[in-house]
Ligand binder design. Structure first.
Ligand code: URA
Length: 215
């Protein structure tokens, strides 16, 4: 099965499943289906819900600009969210909602098998790294089960704070060197403390490998 077939089947499965936020539009994700880099945000907002595409509102425009700023095109990466439908009034996603969509994101990551996951904002970061703190840990180069994970601020937060925007730009500027390995990841910390399977990554050779506590 091609990545395209596998992702289309996964999207159909989500559409047919009984999941929280089921009234809202499914915003599955888009981009290069074999991308080396996957950006993972929080949840769709108003514009994403309208268009069925991730990061197409103001935060999305900033994300596009940041991607262009490192010499890449949006179509070369894959963009998705931990929660695939818009929470009402753009409220934060609830733990139950994150958990309900989690098996689908796990499989989506497994199909695309990116080399690097850039987490956008604290919800996405804490999905992978439950004990991390965004102000402390943004810009750290980490590995989980052989996949690089690089937390940065959420573009929407950066739109509200000049200092955060500067930091986000600086962290973004390092992404190519994170991907190339020039900025070496920190040694993975071994103990698997969470029971939540994050990746089903073919490259790791493991099914449902466990999330690692790095902090
Ligand atoms: N914010 C997100 O986290 N995701 C989107 O798709 C849009 C805005």
């Amino acid at each position: 099965m091609t990545n395209s077939d596998a992702l289309a089947a996964l999207a159909r499965e989500i559409a047919a499943a009984s999941l929280p936020l089921g009234e809202a539009t499914l915003v599955f994700g888009e981009g290069d289906l074999g991308a080396a880099v996957m950006f993972v945000g929080e949840a769709p907002g108003f514009h994403e819900d309208q268009q069925g595409r991730p990061f197409v509102g103001r935060a999305g425009k900033l994300l596009d600009e940041l991607i262009r700023g490192i010499g890449w095109k949006r179509e070369q990466v894959y963009i998705t969210n931990i929660v695939k439908r818009r929470p009402p009034e753009n409220r934060d996603p609830l733990p139950d909602e994150i958990e309900a969509y989690q098996p689908y994101l796990t499989r989506q990551i497994g199909i695309i098998a990116p080399k690097l996951i850039v987490t956008l904002g604290r919800f996405s970061m804490n999905y992978f790294l439950p004990d991390a703190k965004i102000t402390r840990d943004h810009g750290r180069v980490l590995t989980i089960d052989g996949t690089l994970v690089y937390p940065v601020y959420h573009p929407a937060a950066a739109l509200r704070s000049t200092a955060m925007l500067e930091t986000l730009r600086a962290d973004f500027g390092r992404i190519p060197r994170v991907l190339s390995g020039e900025l070496a990841p920190e040694a993975p910390v071994a103990a698997a403390a969470s029971a939540v399977p994050v990746f089903k990554n073919p490259r790791s050779g493991k099914e449902n490998s466990k999330q690692k506590r790095l902090f």
